[in-house]
Design a protein around this ligand. Sequence first.
Ligand SMILES: Cc1cc2nc3c(=O)[nH]c(=O)nc-3n(C[C@H](O)[C@H](O)[C@H](O)COP(=O)(O)OP(=O)(O)OC[C@H]3O[C@@H](n4cnc5c(N)ncnc54)[C@H](O)[C@@H]3O)c2cc1C
Ligand code: SF4
Length: 470
Amino acid sequence: MKPKERMAIPRQKPKELDPQERIKNFKEVTFGYDEETAILEANRCLSCKKPTCIDGCPINNDIPAFIELLRNKKYEEGYWKVRETSTMPAVCSRVCPHEFQCEGSCVRAKKGDAVAIGMLERYLVDWMVLNKKNLFKPCQLDKGKKVAIVGSGPAGISVGFYLAHEGYHCTIFESLPVFGGMLAVGIPHYRLPRDIIGAELYSLKGCGVDVVTGVTIGRDKTLQDLKDEGYDAVFMGVGAHTSRKLGIDGEEGTDGVTHGVDYLRRVLTGEDVDIGRNVVVVGGGNVAIDVARTALRTGSDKVFILYRRTKEEMPASQAEIHHLEEEGVRIEMLAAPVKIHSENGKLTGVECIRMELGEPDDSGRRRPVPKEGSNFIIEADSIIPAISQNVDHTADKGVEFKLTGWGTYDVDPLTLQTSVEWIFAGGDNVLGPQTAAKAVYQGKVAAESIQRYMEGKDLIQDRKFPCKYM
Ligand SMILES: Cc1cc2nc3c(=O)[nH]c(=O)nc-3n(C[C@H](O)[C@H](O)[C@H](O)COP(=O)(O)OP(=O)(O)OC[C@H]3O[C@@H](n4cnc5c(N)ncnc54)[C@H](O)[C@@H]3O)c2cc1C
Ligand code: SF4
């Protein structure tokens, strides 16, 4: 394709913002802080000279600065301070695992009393909504180049947001009928209301980013088609949506075996899913907990979590474990499934074995070792393994990427460029299943690289955003 043809993108004027539309897309301002509580909490911030919380935040939000503005009731300025670094403050302030990120690095956390940074960030977003303020600044897409983004999760959203602000036209291609990636089809509604994702979509479109749902790259069109259509660069943000299997007898082909993210996707896209009353969920992370709590909400009343180590080693957040137990889910610790029993193709029970903890493994946690002869059976209607996810490579059709041993894209650790010069990647399809904020940060890194690539600049020298998570 000739360069001239590739430049033929109409200039876009900033869009007019309709206040009604703006507020309609963002109604959910419940159970956050009221003003008095927010200011009291902000006053607990010690305004450290070397703030450790900034390093704990994957996006490096300037936390003391936005808290100082909030403390002085400069809410709008506080919101824009967060927006300087974060593409998705409404989402991150709600779903970030704060105790492992910003709040875990707050100096007050040493005494178990971290400043509630996520809640304060959320207060600023909610204040903007309640006061009918713009949540984004429209962009002038005047640079005459365009970028295709595969996947509408936080990584893809972040790339679109930053490149639009630099004047580039971006189109996000999403295979599902809904926008938002795992935010929409993984995280349950009770933790992240859909209004919030709708608000992020509205912000993104307001910046001039196009979003096309229901198009699977690699099936409906290929990466080469995108290049031929004049896209100057491509970002891969396809996440990790293929459930990892247990690899035990009966897992394949038995009615009653559903894998974690498949189950959540079906429920969250509106399917009426019946998994019976007795359900065994396998895994110790946040996904397993979301599955178990969702199962209670889709009609199951006896839900177990089966975890091969002890509660102390569970990677899930303490708050989520607390909610889980409060809702009546039992955690069957030091146990692992070994076989699925069935009659006429329908699951009847899960055979498990007791484990004991041996020497520490590579992760530093003590390795679970099966206790011989300790097998027992749990009667169940369903089993839902939720033990991690792999990357689905449907999108790659026709392009040979270098992959890591984990099946993720092998990218340059500083620039996130893949082995194919015009294609960059970030988020879960590079890191493996991680967090929204890390995906947002990698999107920011990739956006800088893509801009440099399109402008013919060196990808490495004097970068603003080096990649921290490789
Ligand atoms: C159940 C669950 C709960 C979670 N809870 C939290 C939490 O509380 N806090 C937190 O920070 N993180 C949480 N996470 C993790 C977080 O959601 C992910 O780390 C994050 O969404 C990854 O972003 P991403 O953009 O890399 O990919 P994703 O969000 O996975 O988005 C990828 C998108 O690409 C699309 N896609 C895939 N292939 C194609 C194709 N060929 N063509 C077009 N589109 C394609 C997919 O449909 C998907 O929409 C959770 C994850 C799960 C599964
Ligand atoms: S983005 Fe997440 S980690 Fe960073 S300040 Fe906000 S809530 Fe904390």
